[in-house]
Design a protein around this ligand. Structure first.
Ligand code: AR6
Length: 174
């Protein structure tokens, strides 16, 4: 399943895939980081559609159109805010990845790009998040998802290094 996962450095708002993931907040009404970049590139119609969704709980996911993005869809998920690690953060982060992939499969999405959910403004430690992200995606693909390709789009070199390291550890543990 790891051969269906890519890790690259870039801006997720410019990535060409059936869907891109938005590391949103529970209001789904925009913000900084990934959320800001996606809304800026998609244009104001994305916010108009988001206003109709009534927000989203942490670890859950909602889907909209991609408007001016290269991607056809945006899947929005509020990841957990890091509070030290004993507030169910790991399980909530895994739920974000799982619920996004389930929604993607329901919509016939074959290619999807994820940012590093929760590791910016929400302060989740990136090494720990990378391991959870990759193992969760690998397990969903292994369980028979119709999603064919998952790309992690890392913004910084440090994030890229963390995701590559976590990926290598998974390859070695096979
Ligand atoms: N493409 C890919 N990755 C990016 C981009 C980009 N254009 N911009 C930042 N990153 P964050 P969170 C990386 O803060 O931690 C928003 O205000 C960034 O380096 O975007 O889940 C929302 O509205 C970091 O590694 O998301 C919420 O209020 C990762 O993406 C809150 O931030 C996630 O950083 C969500 O916080």
């Amino acid at each position: 399943m790891l051969d269906r996962i890519d890790i690259i450095q870039g801006n997720i708002a410019a990535f060409e895939a059936d869907a891109v993931l938005n590391a949103a907040n529970k209001s789904l009404l925009g913000g900084g980081g990934v959320d800001g970049a996606i809304h800026y590139a998609a244009g104001p119609e994305l916010l108009e559609e988001c206003r109709t969704l009534g927000g989203c709980e942490t670890g859950e996911a909602k889907i909209t159109g991609g408007y001016n993005l290269p991607a056809k869809y945006v899947i929005h998920t509020p990841g957990p805010i890091w509070k030290g690690g004993d507030r169910n953060e790991d399980a909530l982060l895994a739920a974000s990845y799982r619920n996004c992939l389930a929604l993607a499969a329901e919509h016939g999405i074959k290619t999807i790009a994820f940012p590093s959910i929760s590791t910016g403004a929400y302060a989740f430690p990136v090494d720990r998040a990378a391991k959870i992200a990759l193992t969760t995606v690998r397990d969903v693909l292994a369980a028979g998802s119709s999603v064919e390709r998952v790309t992690f789009v890392c913004y910084t070199r440090a994030d890229l290094a963390a995701y590559r390291k976590a990926f290598s550890a998974l390859v070695e543990s096979r």
